[in-house]
Design a binder for this molecule. Sequence first.
Ligand code: NAP
Length: 247
Amino acid sequence: MRLKDKVAVITGGAQGIGRSIAETYAKEGAKLALFDVVLETVQKTAAEIKSHYNVDTFAAKVDVTKIEEVENGMKQVVDTFGKIDVLVNNAGITKDNLILRMSDAEWDAVLAVNLKGPFNCTKAVFSPMRKAGGGRIINISSIVGLMGNAGQANYSASKGGLVALTKTTAREFSKKNILVNAIAPGFIRTAMTDKLTDDVKAALAAQIPLERLGEAQDVANAALFLASDEASYITGQVISVNGGMYM
Ligand code: NAP
């Protein structure tokens, strides 16, 4: 078991990539704290993982844009499990539009969840990780944060900003043995990409050397590696999980 008795907080953990990371960590013996915006949904996911993998789980309604909810959520995790070893900043949203049509509200909402959210969670997790003698922060960025994408100015800026936040946090937290890395997934089959038409998905697959969209498990495998002892000399890096779409 690669994460035996480690405590991992996963934001946006109710479904999609966050849920897949949670299940992958559970298989490796981690205790899980899942944060999401709808309490019933995240509680259901936590209960299913607990019964399926026989690990301790905790679920809370935490909107990552709200620092009070984030701080309260982290405190509840420490009260429940005694420590925090891993934070996965996974919660993210899209509100796509061309720049000239993009409203302030669309810009602000995406930046608030995808960039301010990880900033809030990073601040709130520092003290518990310092007390635990170190930790791992894994930020879920995107291929679009590296290469840009027409129609996603807000999303690409948030995900590019998250790469910069990853590198800065890695430099600031290294003395406390807190390692900080990002994963930049390509196009992965989840609720987020289910919104795309079949034609758009086929056009995307045609641009991918491995000729398919990725699975949430492909991202979770990288998140497991970054949380494990095997990654103990890796910080400030971005791992692309994109089928070769961007090199
Ligand atoms: P998803 O299926 O939509 O899951 C995201 C989860 O985050 C949802 O449960 C969502 O809740 C939750 N969430 C939204 N706003 C939140 C907030 N303010 N606080 C806490 N939780 C919040 O998306 P996904 O595809 O798994 O994406 C997960 C991460 O991977 C995101 O950061 C995304 O940008 C990134 N990513 C995805 C892809 C892809 O192709 N799918 C590619 C690259 C990167 P509700 O649904 O109830 O709002």
